[in-house]
Design a binder for this molecule. Structure first.
Ligand code: EPZ
Length: 423
């Protein structure tokens, strides 16, 4: 297995361009199942998770072809309607094919995604939403077996709120199923994330009639069929935020290009409260130079537009070297503090209990051998190692390759001393 060797203490300089959003690309690819014609998705990130989604679609009869940053898809057969465990277990967003498959083919079997290190990842809201559209759903031998009524799915009024509020992929799944249902569907307590809006906009480009995406109430008027389309994936707001934290932690100056600062307002507000010098310049962010040490700040993760859980681990790494004590409350995934134990190996002062991390900043972290555990915790370790004094080795970096494209080459280009080594 590969690892990163990072010599800390270097400041950043230059610029990075943000790639297409992983969390938009994955459900967008699933919508190709609904189209009667070929689709082209541009600004696609070259990520392990995107490759996995393409493999899942391939087993479902969708031919995909990469051309640079474009993925061209075409449905060539619809005989196999099973999304297999060996692929869905690798990448939870494989569950995004459930709604499109059910709407287009009337029946499907999709492996339960299983949990992961950030917590139990239920799909009860997905299933409740699809049943509200008339589907019969049963779970057998680790698979969801879903079947639409003879005449197809029927529009309904659906409340899609769970214990943690809205659900991003449940909203995307139910919305994608409702586009071909007879009649009108309203989704109350829909997720408002920009990725949900991107999926809705893409479906509308295919001929769907969706309104209200980005608000808690989405209305979908069912249509008979959808055509293919050309769609450009929105920039990855979480990748952009990761780069902001990296620049704040390491010092120096960094321009982050091709991003959507308007998708990052809650995150940027926390950065400014921590004393990070960051300013918006159109579709770029300019970070630094830092005027002194960053400051502690309390934060709570909540559904969009509030502070995103996917930025929590990275911000914890910055809090670990900021002046004062920060209280980080995780309301989406209360166990999502895997980075804490590894950061403590680097000298961080972090106490985790009951969905909260109390982080007391230290002057600097020390390089150490640490292990990546999930995508965003891995990003936190890279940030910490780049800012630490001394050399760190991060093992199991396949976690980071799932969601950050060629991260070692891109960070090297802005002055970080990072090498990929085969263990
Ligand atoms: C999406 O996951 C993202 N993934 C996650 O990003 C992100 O952390 C999460 O939304 C929250 O923003 C993709 O979009 C591919 P949820 P998703 O359903 O849709 C509970 C990353 O690092 N819930 O919005 O699976 C759930 O337990 C990944 O890029 C139910 O109770 O998350 C959680 O507490 C990690 N029942 C909350 O809702 C359900 O049926 C939000 O989960 C579904 C979810």
């Amino acid at each position: 297995m590969e690892s990163f060797i990072i010599k800390g203490g270097r400041s950043v300089r230059g610029s990075l361009s943000v790639r297409g959003s992983k969390n938009a690309a994955l459900p967008l690819l699933a919508t190709s199942l609904l189209a009667d014609g070929p689709c082209t998705f541009s600004n696609m990130p070259h990520l392990r998770d995107v490759q996995t989604q393409i493999k899942i679609l391939n087993t479902l009869g969708v031919q995909s072809e990469w051309r640079g940053r474009q993925v061209h898809t075409k449905v060539i057969d619809s005989y196999n309607n099973t999304a297999p465990y060996e692929l869905v277990k690798q990448m939870r967003a494989g569950v995004c094919v459930l709604g499109p498959l059910l709407a287009k083919r009337g029946e499907c079997q999709v492996s339960l995604p299983g949990g992961c290190v950030i917590g139990e990842r239920p799909i009860d809201l997905h299933l409740r939403g699809l049943e509200a559209l008339g589907a019969t759903v049963r779970i057998e031998h680790g698979y969801v077996h879903a079947k639409a009524p003879k005449g197809g799915l029927v529009g309904a009024e659906i409340y899609l709120g769970g214990v943690a509020g809205s659900s991003v992929t449940a909203t995307e799944n139910v919305m994608s199923a409702a586009v071909l249902a007879r009649g009108t569907t309203t989704i109350e307590c829909a997720a408002c994330e920009p990725e949900v809006v991107d999926v809705a906009d893409c479906l509308n480009a295919m001929g769907a009639k969706i309104s209200g995406a980005g608000s808690p109430r989405i209305t979908i008027k069912g249509v008979k069929r959808l055509r293919g389309c050309n769609w450009k994936v929105i920039p990855d707001r979480i990748e952009a935020a990761t780069f902001v934290v990296l620049a704040a932690a390491c010092g120096g100056e960094l321009t982050i290009k091709q991003c959507r600062p308007d998708h990052m307002l809650a995150f940027l507000d926390i950065m400014r409260q921590m004393g990070v010098t960051v300013e918006r310049r159109g579709t770029s962010l300019r970070v630094g130079p830092q005027s002194g040490r960053t400051k502690a700040c309390d934060l709570v993760t909540l559904p969009y537009p509030a502070f995103p859980t996917d930025c929590q681990a990275q911000t914890m790494a910055l809090a670990a070297i900021s002046q004062g004590t920060s209280v980080i409350t995780e309301r989406i995934y209360p166990e999502r503090f895997m980075a804490a134990a590894e950061l403590k190996r680097m000298g961080a002062d972090i106490r985790v209990a009951n969905g909260q991390a109390v982080v007391t900043g230290v002057a600097h972290l020390q390089g150490a051998e640490v292990m990546a555990s999930d995508l965003r915790a891995s990003a936190a370790l890279v940030i910490a190692a780049a800012a630490a004094k001394g050399t760190s080795t991060i093992s199991r970096i396949y976690h980071i390759d799932r969601g950050y494209e060629r991260i070692d080459e891109r960070l090297s280009s802005i002055g970080i001393d990072i090498q990929r080594a085969s263990a």
